[in-house]
Design a protein around this ligand. Structure first.
Ligand code: F0G
Length: 456
């Protein structure tokens, strides 16, 4: 069989509202050229994020009805807990309303001034929670991960030599933990190999440093291990996941990704003494330990989703659908991060629009062009999101100018992906006519969400 089909039938549909190029020009102007300020109903294909935007299954919707809403001791919590224990092998499971709430609890206790938290690449909210605690976040990504067009199987790996050097320089006592993000969202959705996880875990154990996993997209990462790493061919994804988690002391997870839920998250770990402290913060900020900021129905949907995400037919289709867009773009010579990652395709806006300098935001210009051309909403991951100013107010650009097209799970079909490709190719043909932008308004922090722009 050559064609890999969507492994589901569609039972409930949501209409897409179509707009014309002229209408989208007006709508984008009204949104001050910031895709975050568009109304979702004015978007044809929404690739802003794969977080909380997934389609739930009939089983999950049935679980929503079965959800036990008892304040304490809900049966949905015990279902949630046992599924997570089964996957991670970690006895303590703390439910949170989403991933960043788990991070907040973790770094409230394990962060603090003078401490370092090391990673392959920290996601923004993880970094923000670390820095809010007074600690410093440090990314030690392997050299391959920093080269967008280089083909390598595990570009999300942590640089173990840099890790050992860092420990030697700063001292293990000053490092509160190492947390590896699987897959590496901010680095192109690239996977981390089992060998790397094992090596990092070994170094941490040798120095008495805690080792955690940011597990939002663990199943997608395990699929890549199965496909690309020697010794794992044909393994059930559940077994690969079990091994992956066996090297860690704990994990955080946003259940809005690899469990097809619209909301939710958790923190899981081995150390019951440490967990007692976390539980105190949980009760103050999230809720009682058997619901932690979630309804019983959410706990139920997550438990079911976590089992479904490890289905190999699903993962084959999932990873293939993103690879498929990459193949079409490659034929046209369109620049993107290679190989394609687990949850998104990352266009290289600096190479796509080389006539637009970083100060004029090529990533934003590409997002705007994709929206006007075909109603596609992506997200800029470049100098709008990560740019800074020096002490004289001169802009410091981000290291890369990317546009992330994140694919919600089980939401769009192959014809939607064909349409996305067609729109990107059309914009590429007209790329010389695309111009840059300047900032008309920006907030002091996280400016990308609310900034207003003007075309140049
Ligand atoms: N860690 C990673 C790797 C993430 O990608 C995210 C969220 C979080 C933690 C935080 O989880 O949103 O549930 O609080 N990523 C989303 C995205 C927002 O669009 O990539 P959360």
């Amino acid at each position: 069989m050559k064609t890999i089909i969507e492994p589901f039938r569609i039972k409930s549909v949501e209409p897409i509202h179509f707009t014309t190029v002229e209408e989208r020009e007006t709508l984008l102007k009204q949104a001050s050229y910031n895709p975050f300020l568009l109304k979702a109903q004015d978007v044809i294909i929404d690739l802003l994020t794969d977080s909380g935007t997934n389609a739930m299954s009939t089983e999950q919707w049935a679980g929503i009805m079965r959800g036990d809403e008892s304040y304490a001791g809900s049966s949905s919590f015990y279902h949630f807990k046992s599924v997570i224990q089964g996957i991670t092998g970690m006895p303590v499971v703390i439910p949170t309303h989403q991933g960043r709430a788990a991070e907040k609890i973790l770094f409230t206790h394990l962060g603090g001034k003078g401490k370092y938290v090391l990673s392959n690449t920290l996601f923004d909210t993880t970094r923000a929670n670390i820095e809010y605690s007074g600690a410093e976040g440090v990314d030690l990504l392997c050299p391959e991960g920093k080269q967008p067009s280089l083909i390598a199987p595990f570009k999300g790996n942590m640089d173990t030599t840099a890790l050992e050097n860092f420990i030697g320089e700063k001292g293990a006592a000053n490092i509160s933990m190492v947390i590896i993000t699987v897959t590496n969202n901010s680095g192109g959705g690239q996977p981390v190999s089992m060998e790397n996880i094992k090596a990092v875990s070994g170094i941490c154990r040798q120095h008495g440093i805690l080792f955690f996993i940011d597990a939002c997209r663990f199943a997608e990462n395990c699929w890549f291990i199965r496909e690309r790493e020697a010794g794992y061919k044909g393994w059930p994804v559940r077994e690969i996941a079990k091994e992956l988690f066996s090297y860690a002391d704990g994990c955080t997870m946003s259940a809005k990704k690899d469990s097809f839920a619209n909301i939710g998250g958790f923190l899981a770990l081995h150390d019951e003494k440490m967990a007692e402290q976390f539980m105190t913060t949980l009760v103050i900020t999230e809720g009682f330990p058997t619901y932690g900021g979630l309804a019983g129905r959410d706990l139920e949907a997550i438990a079911i989703g976590l089992k479904e995400v490890m289905d190999e037919d699903y993962l084959l289709y999932r990873i293939r659908s993103i690879e498929y867009i990459g193949e079409q773009l490659e034929k046209e010579g369109i620049p993107f991060i290679k190989p394609t990652g687990g949850h998104a395709l990352y266009l290289d806006a600096a190479a796509f629009l080389p006539h637009i300098p970083a100060e004029q935001f090529p990533g934003l210009a590409l997002c705007a062009a994709l929206y006007v051309e075909g109603g596609i909403r992506g997200v800029e991951i470049g100098s709008v999101m990560f740019g800074k100013y020096d002490s004289e107010g001169n802009p410091i650009p981000a290291p890369m100018e990317l546009v992330r097209l994140a694919i919600p799970r089980r939401v769009y079909t192959q014809s939607h992906m064909d349409y996305v490709t067609e729109v990107i190719v059309d914009v590429f043909k007209k790329r010389h006519a695309v111009s840059g932008y300047k900032i008309a308004y920006e907030a002091p922090f996280l400016r990308h969400f609310t900034a207003r722009f003007e075309p140049l």
